[in-house]
Design a protein around this ligand. Structure first.
Ligand code: ZN
Length: 505
């Protein structure tokens, strides 16, 4: 074995063990939310915190720094797109980020997040923003210190964004969001209160056994392979990968209509992304999605472009009616209209595709104003409610349904929300390219066949894992930056079909 190979092998062994520790933590977290009896909570918190500490020590160790120093000259001699060269590059990026933040600040951020979470749960229950405000104040203060360590020279918000979407900047997101606002607000105003779509047939609780049956039929068609996937009920659905051959999806059934089906389909999109990463990356840190915004593009593609599409319902409406005979003669076109109905509402996670981004934009704007100090926290609820009025035309009755609804600020995650909308926009950009390259896809979906779509996604997006930075992958797959126009064009076409030309501004 040459010296060069052994240098790389040593680095890969160290990174591989770090990857293992991360996946063990993911398995413990999955178990905590899916299987663990409630009395295990305290012990589990200790176990996860021990693992977190071990991972932090090893991922910032001087030894890892030396291994990287030694591997970089070797990697410089490789094809820059090779797995090894990319691994060294990504490992260096993450190492530098980790070591920039002092250990005591990391610990304070973690502690503040868990204290804040407890306060947020209580505050939301009582709709008591004042009870949560000091914790949010503390979060902001720690975030400002974090930003000072990370990137004092850039716009402050960018250091927060970078945690979830590497390389993204507020300056490039602002004009995209401005364009969305300009197009979406009039659309919502025009059709949001229209009575044109009667959603009564699906506004009911279906028996769980039936929901599980239709979900199994759908996921089996999508490519849910029981040898590599699991699906379990939980409270807040999520997906996690323990390995590319061990994908855990979750969903929840205590919801109205077909929400549990869409939730499963959404998480399947996340899971398929990780399932189709190239096997040779599996033991490395490259074996995960490129960013949150890329991950969300995959879940939303399956949820909104497939699962809420007309061809899908042409295939599955008869199967749904077979499972729930009480739906009578409900057909594909009616289901399609109902599951795409525009309904301005308070709660982001229940929003439809048209109003969703307005919820995100409101949060993106408020986060920047809070961070800069321009908006005093005592005025946050008023600012929130004013923007809900301006963007969605609704009056928030209490903070539980407004500023306190999301867990994100409760656990100190600022800069996260924009990735949802980046995912929406990327999904539509991908769809535009897929529709060109797979012209028979609507017929295939109508026959319940998804193989060519899966292969397209594997070849163009999934297999790379996080070999490429989000923007590099964007350039490679979509040939240009994030663009809101394909999303807006598709939305307009869809709403024109459902609501009629006359209503669409
Ligand atoms: Zn998601």
């Amino acid at each position: 074995m040459s010296a060069a190979t052994s240098t790389l092998d040593e680095l890969k062994r160290e990174l591989g063990e770090l990857k293992d520790l991360g996946r063990i933590a993911a398995l413990l977290a999955w178990d905590q939310q899916v299987m663990m009896p409630p009395a295990g909570a305290a012990a589990r918190a200790d176990q996860l915190s021990t693992l977190g500490r071990l991972m932090h020590v090893r991922s910032t160790s001087p030894e890892l720094g030396k291994l990287l120093d030694a591997a970089e000259p070797v990697a410089a001699g490789l094809d820059p797109d090779s797995d090894d060269a990319r691994l060294v590059k990504v490992a260096r990026y993450e190492f530098e980020k980790e070591v920039k933040v002092p250990q005591d600040l990391r610990a304070e951020l973690t502690r503040a997040a868990s204290e804040s979470y407890v306060a947020w749960v209580e505050a939301r229950k009582n709709s008591d923003f004042a009870g949560f405000q000091p914790y949010l104040e503390k979060t902001l203060e720690l975030k400002r210190r974090y930003i000072e360590c990370m990137a004092p020279e850039t716009e402050p918000y960018d250091a927060l964004l970078d945690e979830f979407e590497q390389g993204a900047t507020a300056a490039e997101i602002r004009p995209i969001f401005a364009r969305l606002k300009e197009a979406l607000i009039p659309l919502v105003r025009a059709v949001g209160s229209s009575g044109a779509v009667d959603d009564a047939p699906l506004r009911r609780r279906f028996p769980i056994a039936g929901l599980q049956q239709i979900e199994q039929q759908v996921l089996a068609r999508f490519g849910f392979d029981p040898d590599a996937f699991r699906l379990d009920p939980t409270v807040h659905p999520f997906e996690t990968a323990i390995a590319i051959s061990d994908i855990r999806l979750t969903t929840r059934y205590e919801v109205e209509g077909l929400e549990s089906l869409f939730s499963s389909v959404h998480e399947f999109g996340h899971g398929l992304y990780e399932r189709q990463i190239a096997p040779e990356l599996d033991s490395t840190m490259l074996a995960r999605g490129a960013s949150l915004g890329w991950h969300e593009s995959q879940s939303l593609l399956w949820e909104n472009l497939i699962g809420r599409g007309l061809p899908f319902w042409e295939r599955f409406a008869p199967e749904l009616v077979d499972v729930f005979p009480e739906l009578g003669s409900l057909g594909a076109a009616e289901i399609y209209a109902i599951v795409n109905k525009v309904h301005p509402d308070f709660i982001r996670v229940e929003a439809d595709e048209t109003t969703y981004s307005l919820h995100v934009i409101l949060r993106f704007e408020l986060e920047q104003e809070m961070l800069s100090g321009e908006l005093p926290l005592s005025e946050l609820p008023v600012a929130w409610n004013q923007r809900m009025h301006d963007y969605l035309g609704i009056e928030v009755p209490e903070d539980r349904l407004g500023v306190l609804q999301d867990v994100h600020w409760g656990i100190g995650s600022l800069g996260y929300f924009p990735t949802y909308t980046l995912g929406h926009l990327r999904a539509s950009q991908l769809w535009q390219r897929i529709s060109r390259e797979l012209p028979d896809l609507p017929e295939e979906i109508g026959r319940g066949e998804f193989g060519s779509l899966r292969e397209w996604l594997r070849e163009n997006v999934h297999r790379h894992g996080m070999k490429f930075m989000p923007k590099e992958l964007q350039e490679r797959v979509l040939g240009g930056p994030i663009d809101p126009e394909p999303f807006l064009a598709r939305l307009r076409e869809k709403l024109t079909g459902i609501y009629g030309q006359a209503l669409i501004p």
